[in-house]
Design a binder for this molecule. Structure first.
Ligand SMILES: [Mn+2]
Length: 419
């Protein structure tokens, strides 16, 4: 018996944080979640799997229009033509309460109940699938605790959308523990919700396949599903298969040897070429971080817009237009500040005061205290997701201090102050 375990497809979710600029691969990226789902269907057909499991968050939220449902329906029909059944549970993003539009799916698709744990048996495979979807967005009960014990003489699979005992960057939903899952006596727990791939344990297996397509800069690297093979009641193979059609990556460029802005461009070009090679020439969205103590520091900071555009042109040039620079961060430091003349003493003092901000624990604490009220009033939606605002995090204050330093430098240098 062979099956595919996937989760968190977030069909038609926008890929966030991409600024449009000339030469960026807009069209290729817009339909990425759909193309990744097509790859999943293709894989199911070529591997002739016995069934497909989708462990929650198939949709990103309520459909904008019926096209999302129609697209899914067409993909499910393709699987029906191959004789492949699909078992689905809803997650926090596509909880029953979140979805207002409905389309009847072809009859090979089974959505498990959101009111109680449901068991589906396929006797010719000796298979029992247990699962329960989300009725509402924030499920804080341990859903798994209500699942039935394993059916004897069956291969038992638990389908569950959960954060387990907590996973960084993911809301705590349907929390449970490995121990609680193991107590059910199942052979394979097909989990969803956590977008980073993780084999929590083997025999019995507890697995997060991760999402099938990265959607922002915190979802870097290859994405896809698990192809699982069972023989005589035992799992003999759990293999990750890539399905994504574009990738996210971070390029850290050391500008330490650069004397001028052009040298920084050359260093970035090398690093971006490596990333292209590592990702098999797939379209890429890349965050570039220029680091290091460098003589080019002042040139970069005196005209960041120009150098950002230079870097974007480099990316378009080396990739033939399949690479998108999501964000460019200049985090370089002045290489020659110790040789500044007496005239600039006031400026140096100003800069070191601002630089001292991020390293001064007392100041950071004071800033966090000042932000506490605001943090409590911040709407919940702003505290999660890719562009989350964390006013209780010292890193936020440190980053803000770094931003202040850069803006000051930029303004002062652009204003033609003599150093
Ligand atoms: Mn989820």
């Amino acid at each position: 018996m062979k099956f595919i375990h996937a989760a968190d497809i977030h069909l038609d979710s926008p890929l966030v944080g991409l600024q449009i600029y000339e030469g960026a691969p807009v069209e290729e990226i817009r339909g990425a979640t759909r193309r990744a789902l097509e790859n999943l269907v293709e894989l199911a057909a070529t591997e002739k799997v016995d069934f497909v499991l989708l462990a929650g968050d198939l949709y990103d939220g309520d459909w904008k229009d019926y096209n999302t449902g129609l697209f899914l329906s067409a993909q499910m029909t393709r699987l029906r033509e191959e004789g492949i059944p699909v078992f689905i549970i809803s997650g926090n993003h596509d909880a029953a309460s979140q979805i207002t539009k409905h389309l009847r799916m072809p009859d090979n698709v089974t959505s498990l109940s959101v009111r109680h744990p449901e068991t589906v048996k396929i006797e010719k495979l000796g298979l029992a699938i247990h699962g329960q979807g989300y009725a509402s967005r924030a499920v804080t009960d341990d859903l798994a605790s209500g699942y039935p014990l394993a059916s004897p003489h069956h291969f038992n699979i638990g389908l569950l959308h959960t954060s387990l005992d907590g996973r960084e960057g993911h809301e705590s939903y349907a929390p449970t523990s490995d121990g609680s899952l193991l107590s059910k006596g199942y052979d394979y727990w097909a989990l969803g919700h956590v977008h980073a791939r993780e084999i929590v344990r083997e025999e019995p297996w507890i697995v997060f396949p991760g999402n099938i397509q990265g959607r922002h800069i915190r979802e870097t690297g290859p994405k896809g599903c698990m192809l699982v093979e069972e023989q005589d009641g035992r799992v003999i193979r759990v293999e990750h298969r890539e399905l994504d059609v574009m990738r996210w990556a971070v390029a850290v460029v050391d500008a330490g040897r650069a004397a001028r802005g052009d040298d920084v461009n050359d260093a970035a070009s090398k690093s971006l070429k490596n990333i292209m090679k590592e990702n098999k020439e797939l379209p890429l969205a890349v965050r570039v971080e220029i680091m290091g103590t460098t003589k080019a520091h002042r040139e970069l900071l005196s005209n960041p817009e120009r150098w950002k555009s230079e870097l974007r042109a480099v990316a378009t040039d080396i990739s033939g237009g399949t690479m998108w620079l999501e964000k460019i961060r200049f985090a370089t430091r002045e290489a020659t500040s110790t040789t500044l003349g007496a005239k600039s003493e006031a400026l140096v003092e100003l800069m070191s005061a601002v630089e001292g901000l991020s390293g001064n624990a007392d100041l950071v604490k004071t800033a966090l205290e000042a932000l506490r009220d605001l943090n409590e009033k911040l709407p919940h939606e702003l505290k999660g997701g890719a562009e989350s605002i964390r006013l209780d995090d010292p890193e936020t204050v440190k980053r803000a201090a770094e931003g202040v330093r850069q803006v000051l430098m930029e303004r002062i240098l652009a204003g033609g102050v003599e150093l």
